[in-house]
Design a protein around this ligand. Structure first.
Ligand SMILES: *Cc1c(COP(=O)(O)O)cnc(C)c1O
Length: 396
């Protein structure tokens, strides 16, 4: 058997938008291009293509349609004040996509640098439409799914054919971005006991389509999103598709940033979560000051379970100093209110939440150099005859 072809950026086939290209009605806020890379079990990765965004078609018995064999990532491309494009820690998203894909029996064996080169070309083509203000971005949705029949009894559960693609859209999460700007601005969460997002031994820590479609129904009007609970103690896990932190005054005078640990496999290992933990921990240990001024010295990060009863009792005794969600979509948002068992709880605002948000945004938009190389600068891509040219196809 010949070895499977690796994913190779150099075999990219690029089709510029034809001069006659019109954006379909209702799709104006999406990127104009998409990247597709097919895979099959016999030959490995096929030719990557960048061409106009278009509909996909699959066999009616495809694994993605029948059994939700699909996983995804959420990344953003930012434009700096100088006009260059940045991605934030893309290797973290690629590694997480591998992990999700492995969980589903999908291919997960690519070289991240090759994939990054393709992503960089896709976003370089969209440079004219990437916005350049804090809170705005071009959102990238890498998706990997089973296109072969995922049906009947098979020798093993590994997909025969798959497709990795990237579609883009403008400004996902922008509406919630200002929620940390001041007193009384936080979002409202509805603590949900009826639908359980994740449980021990489940798939909550993987970014699988199936984790979202089954719980979206819990969304109540007037609330930004659900606060997910699990266990008889009503432990919180996440809110919507964000990781959650509470800020608490500890007895020894330290300010604690507490978030659920990843150990139980219930919580999605967010890149924003990791990044905040790293910045705060290195600051607390005196290794590297927090990038923006204003973070107290006596802080500590704690990863452990947090229950709704603990949130309520620390509200009552005044030790709860704030709560926030974080993720690529929203960056960092203040939680202002929780509805739980028919009661409404108002969470105190905390200016440190805005400091966290401004720090992450500053790093993402190249305004803050945190010295860890988190912001990847997208190289310019000069393709002869990029757009509106007569040549139909250009191989990069
Ligand atoms: C994507 C996601 C997050 C946030 O992860 P980031 O890498 O920070 O964007 C958190 N929770 C869930 C359930 C998610 O799907």
């Amino acid at each position: 058997m010949s070895p499977l072809a690796p994913l190779k950026a150099s075999s990219l086939y690029f089709t510029p938008l034809p001069p006659s290209h019109v954006v379909p009605a209702g799709k104006e806020s999406h990127g104009r291009y998409m990247l597709t890379i097919p895979w099959n079990r016999v030959s490995g990765w096929g030719q990557p293509k960048i061409a106009a965004r278009q509909e996909l078609s699959f066999d009616p018995l495809a694994g993605v349609l029948q059994y939700a064999v699909t996983c995804f990532e959420g990344m953003k491309c930012y434009k700096t004040d100088n006009g260059d494009l940045r991605l934030f820690r893309p290797d973290k998203n690629f590694d997480r996509l591998k992990r999700s894909a492995a969980r589903l029996g999908l291919p997960h064996d690519w070289d991240n640098d090759e994939l990054l080169e393709l992503f960089a070309k896709l976003v370089a083509l969209e440079a004219p439409i990437v916005p350049d203000t804090d809170g705005s971005s071009l959102y990238l949705r890498p998706t990997l799914l089973e296109t072969s029949e995922g049906f009947g009894i098979k020798d093993d559960a590994f997909a025969a054919e798959a497709l990795l693609y990237v579609a883009t859209t403008l400004n996902l999460g922008k509406g919630l971005y200002p929620s940390s700007d001041g007193e009384g601005k936080g979002i409202k969460l509805d603590a949900c006991k009826e639908f359980i997002r994740a449980w021990p031994g489940g798939t909550g820590s993987y970014k699988l389509g199936a984790n979202y479609g089954t719980v979206n129904i819990s969304k109540k009007p007037g609330y930004a999103m659900s606060l997910w609970l699990h266990g008889k103690e009503d432990f919180i896990s996440e809110a919507g598709a964000m990781n959650v932190f509470i800020i608490k005054q500890a007895e020894d005078g330290f300010l604690e940033f507490i978030t659920m640990s990843l150990d139980g496999g219930i919580v999605l290992p967010g890149v924003t979560r990791f990044s905040l933990i790293q910045l705060l921990t290195e600051h607390a240990e005196g290794k590297k000051d927090f990038p923006l001024e204003g973070m107290p010295k006596n802080v500590r990060v704690v990863e452990r379970d947090i229950s709704m009863p603990e949130i309520i009792s620390s509200l009552e005794n005044g030790t709860l100093k704030g709560m926030f969600g974080c993720g690529t979509g929203v960056v960092v948002v203040t939680v202002g209110e929780i509805q739980y068992q028919g009661q409404t709880y108002t969470i105190p605002a905390n200016p440190l939440i805005k400091l966290l948000r401004d720090t992450i945004t500053g790093i993402q938009r190249g305004k803050i150099d945190e010295g860890r190389g988190w912001s990847f600068k997208v190289p310019e891509w000069d393709v002869e005859g990029k757009e509106g040219q007569d040549e139909e196809k250009v191989v990069a």
